[in-house]
Design a protein around this ligand. Sequence first.
Ligand code: NCD
Length: 308
Amino acid sequence: MRHLMSPLDFSVKELDTLFNLASDIEKHPDKYAHVCDGKKLATCFYEPSTRTRLSFEAAMLNLGGSVLGFSEASSSSAAKGESVSDTIRVISCYADICAIRHPKEGAPMVAASKSLIPVINAGDGGHQHPTQTLTDLLTIRSLHGNLNGFTIGLCGDLKFGRTVHSLIRALLRYNNIHFVFISPEELRIPDYIIDELNEQNATYEEVIKLDDVIGKLDILYMTRVQRERFFNEEDYVRLKDFYILTKEKMDMAKKSCIVLHPLPRVNEISVEVDDDPRACYFKQAQYGVYVRMALIMTLLGLEVKNNA
Ligand code: NCD
């Protein structure tokens, strides 16, 4: 039985197969409409979410399966003091696969160790968010053409943003990628990630001003300041509007630069940018459904029976 805890749980070759499947799903959705007939996905969300939970549910429904679960800890037995381990043992009796999001780093790993069904980490605290990374990689592969040879700017809350942490790890396995980290001093990328970049001889730079680097980026990955992980509100208020991507700033970007964002957006991308053809964050959300469909099929070991 296989779980997905980190983006590195799949080899580059396995990811390629997964992305090929996701692209085929995009082209021929009807072929996959009954692959999960009779299967159930449980979504156990101990932390708020719109996209991740609903895209998992949409993915399972698109495959012909059904869904059950809870969307906040207060409506589950966690409110009565039940442990994640016990909850997952019980859910193993009700569902075939489970996606879990938890505010505590490592909680999905604990669940996986006790589970009788495949568990997917749908985000654990400020740690990892592997299915967002699969979404990001599929989006880059589809829109940029491949996963090698580009300059990517990651901008915003690089300290607490788990999507950024997962994405960097995953991209380190591809070639000729130059990382540009754009953040205020207080929200710099954590040292353990810098260590990983150094160990792998990756090329990177850290800057504070987006204007200084926007012109050289092939991909600009914006992120929101993670209010819920701040220790005090004053710091959040001071930093929340540090970056706002506007039309004027987009004028300085390459014609081919694509703008991504895991969403939700707060203020960091002005809504006027949405009409720019380089703004790809809503397309990215659509890719999230295809890649989760491919992931559910892969972890359940399911294939389309009739390839005709
Ligand atoms: C991200 C998350 O939950 O980490 N959202 C998402 O899953 N698309 C990003 C965020 O909340 O800022």
